[in-house]
Design a protein around this ligand. Structure first.
Ligand code: SF4
Length: 401
C-alpha cells in the first residue's frame, strides 16, 4: 500500500476512506430479446463466453437493434466489473502542437511558423503541470505533435523533470507515433528509445495515434503517420519492455464497419500475445477545423454501438472507456449501460479535441463525475492509472495495491 500526501482540501473526501465499494452485480432487468435474427447466434456465443469472429463484429455493426447489442455488451460489462465504474483525477499536458505531419483528421497540429504554434520550454511544462495540481492529480497524460527540432533529450528531461517534481504522479506519455518518430530522429531502435524513456521515469503509454489500421483509410486521413503494423509493433515492444499501454480507434470519418471490425480484431490478436493493453478507448471523430470538416459528426447511435461492440469483441481487454471529452458527458453516461466501465478523468485543460470543436467543458471535478456515474446506477471508484482504487481523506490519498 502506498500513501501520498496532498495539501488540497478539494482533493480529499473523508467518506471515501472506507475503501472501494463492494462490487455488486447489477442484474439485467429483462431477458435478451431482438427481432434481428442475425443477432441470435452471436447472443448464444456471448452467453457461452465464446469469442466473437470478425464476421460477428461486422454483423453487429450492420444491426440496427442497438438495444439488443447494448444488452449483450452490458451483460459482459457486468460479468467483468459488476456495478463498478472507474474514473481518475488527471491532467493533460500537450508540450507542443508543432508537427511535421499534416494529418487530415487533425485540428491540433501546426507548422513551426504558423499562427498559434507553440512549444513549451521545460520550465513552462513543469509550471503547467503544477498549475493543475491542486486536486491531487494521480496521472499526467502527455502527448503532442511531431516537432522537427526538439531533441530526444528534451523528452528525457521532460519526463525525468516531472518525475523529480511529482514523484507520486503516474506519467502516461507519448503515443506510439511519437515514440516511432523520436526513435527515428535519435537514430535508436524503438526498444532503446522506450528503455531510455522508462529509465527517465515514463510509467505507461496512452495508446493514441492508432486511428484506423486499414491502410486505404489511413492514406487518406493520416498518410504521414506510421502504418498500422508499425503502430502494433511499437505497442508490442512497449509491452515487452514492461510498459503497459492503452489502445484507441478513431471512428466516424470515412471508415466503415468492416474497417472497425478489422481494427478491433488486430488489437485483440496482439493482446493475446502481450497482455499489455489495459483499456480500449474508441475516439469519436470531431471534424471541425480539420480538412475533413465537410464530414458529419458521429451520432449518439453510432457512439453507443461503438462502445458496445468494443466490449463484445475485445474480450481480452480489461477495460472499455467512454471518453466523456469526445462523447459529451450525456452520451458517456449512457455508455455506462452499453459496455463501458470507465469514464476517464477530470482531464484538466484538454486541448486536442477542443481545437477540433469539442464543446464539452475542458475539465470536470470529481463531484461531477461521481454524479454522472451514480445517476447511471453505477458505483464510482476513483482509480490510479493501473486501476488500483484511490482512497481519499481530507489530507492524503492512498492507493491500494
Ligand atoms: S494527428 Fe498528431 S501526427 Fe497528425 S498532424 Fe495532428 S499532431 Fe501531428
Amino acid at each position: 500500500m502506498a500513501t501520498s500526501t496532498n495539501n488540497s482540501a478539494q482533493g480529499g473526501t473523508p467518506t471515501l476512506a472506507s475503501a472501494m465499494p463492494a462490487q455488486t452485480h447489477a442484474f439485467q432487468t429483462h431477458a435478451f430479446q431482438t427481432d434481428d435474427a442475425r443477432l441470435r447466434p452471436i447472443a448464444e456465443k456471448v452467453m457461452a463466453r465464446e469469442r466473437l469472429t470478425l464476421e460477428d463484429a461486422v454483423t453487429l455493426y450492420r444491426s440496427a437493434d442497438i438495444l439488443a447489442v447494448g444488452w449483450l455488451a452490458n451483460h459482459v460489462r457486468e460479468r467483468m466489473h459488476g456495478n463498478v465504474t472507474y474514473f481518475n483525477v488527471n491532467r493533460h499536458i500537450n508540450p507542443t502542437n508543432v508537427c511535421v505531419a499534416a494529418c487530415r483528421l487533425c485540428a491540433f497540429g501546426r507548422k513551426k511558423d504558423s499562427p498559434g504554434a507553440y512549444t513549451m520550454a521545460l520550465e513552462e511544462a513543469y509550471e503547467t503541470a503544477a498549475s493543475g495540481y491542486s486536486e491531487a492529480v494521480t496521472e499526467f497524460h502527455i502527448v503532442g505533435g511531431l516537432h522537427p527540432d526538439l531533441p530526444f533529450q528534451y523528452y528525457l528531461d521532460l519526463i525525468s523533470g516531472l518525475k523529480a517534481r511529482f514523484p507520486q504522479v503516474h506519467l502516461k506519455a507519448l503515443t506510439m507515433v511519437e515514440i516511432a518518430f523520436l526513435a527515428k530522429r535519435a537514430k535508436l531502435t524503438i526498444e532503446e528509445t522506450l528503455i531510455q524513456l522508462k529509465t527517465a521515469g515514463l510509467d505507461s503509454l496512452p495508446g493514441g495515434g492508432a486511428e484506423i489500421f486499414n491502410e486505404r483509410i489511413r492514406r487518406v486521413i493520416c498518410d504521414h503517420k506510421i502504418d498500422g503494423d508499425q503502430w502494433l509493433d511499437t505497442a508490442r515492444t512497449a509491452h515487452k519492455v514492461g510498459l503497459k499501454s492503452n489502445a484507441t480507434m478513431l471512428y466516424g470519418h470515412i471508415e466503415n464497419g468492416e474497417d472497425r471490425a478489422d481494427h478491433l480484431v488486430r488489437l485483440r490478436t496482439l493482446q493475446d500475445e502481450t497482455h499489455g493493453f489495459q483499456t480500449f478507448i474508441p475516439l469519436a471523430f470531431h471534424p471541425a477545423n480539420t480538412p475533413l470538416s465537410h464530414l458529419f459528426t458521429t451520432t449518439g447511435f453510432m457512439d453507443l454501438k461503438q462502445i458496445a461492440i468494443s466490449r463484445l469483441v475485445l474480450d481480452n481487454f480489461p477495460h472499455i472507456k467512454a471518453y466523456w471529452q469526445m462523447l459529451g458527458p450525456k452520451i458517456a453516461q449512457i455508455c455506462l449501460r452499453f459496455g463501458a466501465d470507465d469514464i476517464d478523468g477530470t482531464v484538466i485543460e484538454e486541448k486536442i479535441y477542443h481545437d477540433a470543436g469539442a464543446t464539452t467543458p475542458q475539465g470536470m471535478v470529481r463531484r461531477d463525475l461521481e454524479r454522472l456515474i451514480r445517476e447511471a446506477g453505477r458505483d464510482p471508484v476513483e482509480r490510479d492509472t493501473m486501476y488500483r482504487p484511490v482512497v481519499r481523506t481530507e489530507t492524503s490519498f492512498t492507493i491500494s495495491v
